[in-house]
Each structure stands twice: as structure tokens, then as C-alpha cells.
Design a protein around this ligand. Structure first.
Ligand code: PEP
Length: 249
């Protein structure tokens, strides 16, 4: 059985008091829910403040980590620094990182390896743009992004310590959600890729859907057999909405 996972990506939002208030709001509403795992991913600077507010089953996540260990990497945050703060999960390869900061599969694989080395659980984001979907390239793009990490990690990939989030770029922050059928189709395809690369992983690895998930559409998406949870952007900034999505899982 795969335990459902709901992760909130707060992106670059909020001052320190906002972050603590939001964390408290989430904990109040989610702490009693059984059978799911919850992760909140504040901006780096709010991690220490939020860390002290969490309770059982609600974990701390970061939004990225460096592609190298501690040293001369101005502006980056090493994975072991995050682990030291109590961070358990780290989002990697988010489409905003790929789009605005030029992160490619090689960098993302290096970040993934660093995260694993520090004992963090990566949430690897993959997904196609609207252009790519319209050109019938969804499966090719998703396969390339996943294999781009697996190939670089080598045979003992440790991939299974992570989670994959399918996030169609056209659905992120746009209010446009993939239908449950579209999401299920790509998730089933991802399981196929995993099965080919690492038999056993296909059944155990959790696959999240991300892209304008909200209380109104969460139950439908989360009911799909290969959708094991969600990566939530906008709706994670509202404790009530985020808790409603958690309850739907
Ligand atoms: C995201 O950025 O990971 C995301 C899914 O955002 P939103 O829910 O706002 O579409």
C-alpha cells in the first residue's frame, strides 16, 4: 500500500510571521488526519521558524537543494544544511526552476544525488508544456525527464527513496487542471517507465499530481488508481483549502 502524500509548495510567498501563521493553521486542521503524510515546503528562510511548529505526520520540505556539497556555490543551499534543520523532503526540477533558472536534467540529477546523500527524499517534478502536449510529445518529455535522472544516478539509483510529481506545465498556477483521466494516463505511463527501469519500483513509488489542484477537484484526481497524492501550489497558501485537499486523500 502506498501512503497518500500531500505536499504544499509555498513558492516565494510570505514574510516570517505569515509562514508561522500558515504552518499553525495547517497543523491545527491536518494533525488529526490518519493514513496520510503531509509535507509543507516554505521558502528556505522560513524553514527554521516553521520547523518548530510541526507535529506528527506533518513534515518539512524544501523547494530545492544545491547540486554540490558545501563549498564555493554562492547563493545555493547544501542538502545537508537542510537535513540539519529537520527537512525531510525536497522538491527538485520544478518547472519554474527549469523555465526561469535554466535547470536541466543533468543539474537536477546532481541535486537529486546530493539530496539522497543527505538522507532527504526528493520530489522530482516532471511534466510537459502545452506546446509539447499539443504536439503529442507528453510521454516522450516525461520519459526523458525521468530517465535523465535515472541514467545519471547509475545502477543503484536510490530513486525509490523519492517521489515523482507529474505537473503538466500548462496546469501550474493557471487554474487549468488536467482531467482525472489525463492525470491517470500519464501516471500509469510513469509506472511503466519505472517498471522497465527498476522492477519493483513501479508498485511502490508514490506518484503525485500537481497543477491547480484544489478542494473542488482533489477527490476526483486522488481517486485515480495511480495518483498517490498531490503537489499543491496556490491552494497550499490557504490552510483551509490545503486541509480540505488532505482530507480528500
Ligand atoms: C506547483 O507549483 O507545484 C503547483 C502545482 O502549483 P499550482 O497548484 O498553483 O498549480
Amino acid at each position: 500500500m502506498r501512503t497518500p502524500l500531500i505536499a504544499g509548495n509555498w513558492k516565494m510567498n510570505g514574510l516570517s510571521a505569515d509562514a508561522v501563521a500558515l504552518a499553525d493553521g495547517v497543523v491545527q486542521r491536518v494533525a488529526g488526519l490518519d493514513g496520510i503524510e503531509t509535507v509543507i515546503c516554505p521558502p528556505f528562510v522560513h524553514l527554521p521558524g516553521v520547523a518548530g511548529r510541526l507535529s506528527d505526520g506533518i513534515h518539512l520540505g524544501a523547494q530545492n537543494c544545491a547540486d554540490a556539497g558545501q563549498g564555493a556555490r554562492t547563493g545555493e543551499i547544501a542538502a545537508d544544511m537542510l537535513a540539519d534543520l529537520g527537512v525531510r523532503y525536497v522538491i527538485l526540477g520544478h518547472s519554474e526552476r527549469r523555465q526561469f533558472y535554466g535547470e536541466d536534467d543533468a543539474t537536477i540529477a546532481a541535486r537529486y544525488a546530493q539530496a539522497l546523500g543527505a538522507g532527504l527524499r526528493p520530489i522530482l517534478c516532471v511534466g510537459e508544456t502545452l506546446e509539447e502536449r499539443d504536439a503529442g510529445r507528453t510521454q516522450a518529455v516525461v520519459a526523458e525527464q525521468i530517465n535523465g535522472v535515472i541514467d545519471r544516478l547509475g545502477s543503484d539509483t536510490g530513486l525509490g527513496h523519492g517521489v515523482i510529481a507529474y505537473e503538466p506545465v500548462w496546469a501550474i498556477g493557471t487554474g487549468r487542471t488536467a482531467t482525472a483521466v489525463q492525470a491517470q494516463g500519464v501516471h500509469a505511463f510513469i509506472r511503466e517507465i519505472l517498471g522497465e527501469r527498476q522492477p519493483g519500483l513501479a508498485d511502490t513509488m508514490r506518484l503525485l499530481y500537481g497543477g491547480s489542484m484544489k478542494p473542488a477537484n482533489a477527490a476526483d484526481l486522488l481517486a485515480q488508481p495511480d495518483v498517490d497524492g498531490g503537489l499543491i501550489g496556490g491552494a497550499s497558501l490557504d490552510a483551509e483549502d490545503f486541509a480540505a485537499i488532505c482530507a480528500a486523500a
